[in-house]
Design a protein around this ligand. Structure first.
Ligand code: SF4
Ligand SMILES: [Zn+2]
Ligand SMILES: [Zn+2]
Length: 304
């Protein structure tokens, strides 16, 4: 079997169609799709200062390398923001530093130790009865938003792909949480609030398989090990369910995201009146409570 566009051997068969593509034509297809996403959803505007949240995984390297095209053409300024949780033997930003240096992208690093007085390794020992991903996720989102403001980013780009979005949409459905779904989409959030830097997802319409293939063909220096504290039970179940469904009924993931895009404007409209945000009494960061969840966890850690 040949590539649909030439006589070369294909490297991938697209899940949503019968199209097989060779190395060159797949890279062209992939980049075109990401550029289409950026244009269709107006993800970037001239003179934006975009921060890319970079972890060293395939998704963030891919998003960075494509957004860099806009940086090189001087349409936007692109900088990278990495969060170092402090996980010995796992979170190693060596390749991230080298990648940013080679690509001439300024890199900022914020650490859990500096902001929360503890590395994740220390937190796990103290918080014996808590699920690590629950507080780690809170701290990570907190630092990303804080860093985005500190470095004057107009938007924060993340490497979320179509699979991630399809999983989150389903999880919110299963848990009856339409308000959380209203915050999803290629540009997150419901209302414009300068306390929250908008997140953009340039990989919104490309699948996990496509992103993995692209990163592999581009020879990005990816580490494939998993966080030793990963505890994403519910998401894992939804991921497995979706992968099974996709194998039996190809196109399922696209259908979930496509139908979500159709109802998204109504959802955002419906929830635009949600309670205005307060400023946390301790750190002044936005929160729906008096004290934000990050300060709450930080206080608990200090008491342990
Ligand atoms: S897998 Fe969980 S604990 Fe590990 S870095 Fe991610 S959110 Fe944190
Ligand atoms: Zn080809
Ligand atoms: Zn706070």
């Amino acid at each position: 079997m040949n590539c649909n566009n030439c006589i070369k051997k294909p490297v991938i068969k697209l899940t949503n169609s019968n199209i097989s593509l060779c190395n060159k034509h797949f890279i062209r297809y992939f980049e075109k799709k990401v550029l289409y996403t950026i244009k269709k959803f107006n993800l970037i505007e001239k003179e934006d200062k975009i921060g890319i949240a970079i972890s060293g995984g395939k998704d963030s390297f891919t998003a960075l390398s494509i957004l860099k095209q806009f940086h090189d053409k001087k349409i936007i300024t692109l900088e990278a923001l990495a969060i170092d949780e402090g996980i010995k033997g796992y979170r190693d930003l060596k390749y991230v530093k080298k990648f940013c240096k080679d690509n001439k992208i300024k890199l900022h690093i914020l650490t859990y130790k500096d902001f929360f007085d503890n590395t994740l390794d220390q937190m796990v020992k103290k918080f014996k009865n808590k699920t690590s991903c629950s507080y780690c996720g809170v701290f990570r989102r907190y630092l990303l938003n804080l860093g985005a403001k500190k470095f004057n980013f107009t938007k924060l780009a993340t490497g979320h792909n179509l699979d991630d979005e399809a999983q989150t949409i389903l999880m919110n459905q299963f848990r009856n949480n339409p308000e959380l779904s209203a915050r999803l989409g290629p540009i997150t959030g419901i209302i414009v609030d300068k306390k929250f830097i908008k997140r953009i997802k340039p990989l919104y319409l490309v699948t996990e398989k496509e992103t993995t293939t692209y990163a592999f063909l581009k020879k990005f220096p990816i580490k494939f090990s998993e966080c030793p504290y990963a505890n994403q039970g519910y998401r894992d179940s939804v991921r497995n369910l979706l992968n099974d469904f996709e194998a039996k009924y190809p196109g399922t993931k696209h259908s979930i995201v496509d139908s979500f895009i159709q109802i998204m404007p109504m959802l955002k409209e419906n929830f635009k009146e949600v309670k205005p945000l307060n400023s946390c009494k301790i750190c002044q960061e936005p929160t729906s409570r008096e004290i934000c969840q990050a300060c709450n966890y930080k206080g608990q850690l200090n008491d342990l």
